[in-house]
Design a protein around this ligand. Structure first.
Ligand SMILES: [Zn+2]
Length: 75
């Protein structure tokens, strides 16, 4: 399975509705929009994504580093 095809569950900061975002979408750097309320400030919650990736295990360590580089995540 291609890592970019994986999806992570993501809680919307506005309406708390969880929706799935693909790794490909994240790496692509495009706007991530909540399907429920159309909030586009979802990127500000990328720390949650980082935590989610952590839970996926050490095999995704490189991907996490890539995300750190792209978005300068703070822990
Ligand atoms: Zn929402």
């Amino acid at each position: 399975m291609d890592i970019e095809d994986m999806t992570i569950k993501f809680p919307c900061p506005e309406c708390q509705q969880e929706f799935r975002v693909s790794i490909h979408q994240l790496l692509d750097g495009g706007v991530i929009m909540c399907p429920e309320c159309q909030a586009t400030n979802v990127e500000t919650e990328l720390v949650s994504i980082a935590r989610g990736l952590e839970e996926l295990g050490r095999s995704l360590e490189n991907l996490k580093k890539c995300l750190d580089y792209r978005f300068r995540l703070q822990y």
